[in-house]
Unconditional design. Sequence first.
Lengths: 112, 90
Amino acid sequence: MNFYEHTLIAKQDISTAELEKIEKKYNDIITKTDGKIIKVEKWGLLNFAKKIKAYNKGFYIHYKFEAENKTLEEINKNSVIDNSLLRHLTVKYKKLDTETEYFKETNEKKKQ
Amino acid sequence: MKRKNNKFNKRPQNPLNKLSLFQKSDSRFSKKCPLSGKEAPTIDYKNIKLLKRYVSDTDKIMPSRITSVSQSKQRKLTSEIKKAKILGLI
């Protein structure tokens, strides 16, 4: 078992109900294939530095989990086909730090 | 012991002591690496504030001879910057 981080970018024109569906879908994939979810972070709507497929903004969802190789294959298979996603990235870690959140401050300022 | 002390006690020479104009001075300009040390910030693709300091205006990675980052940290910086570019953060 290794530690991983996975981030998804969903399209901007998706409704909130669909966003929750996407989040639940990848939650289930990890838990079904004997993985352990440690943390889920929603970074919210962020601006891109450059346009990606004619979109200027996107919803970011960030997972931290512990799993084996077969869950990564499942996630990759599903996210390549998925039409509501723009990009995705998985990174392997020896140690996860769950304390520091780099995107928390920007989200709170927007709400106020 | 003498040799060890010589390494750290490089004082700026008087320019008139040189044999010729083109002789290099003993004390070279050097700066410590800002990313290594005890209280160094963590290099990570989510830490955009730090990564943006090491990227030019046209999104190129700055060379270490300008930023004086050590070689092992420069290798880590490039990989993290490329990850951030995939996610559209930089």
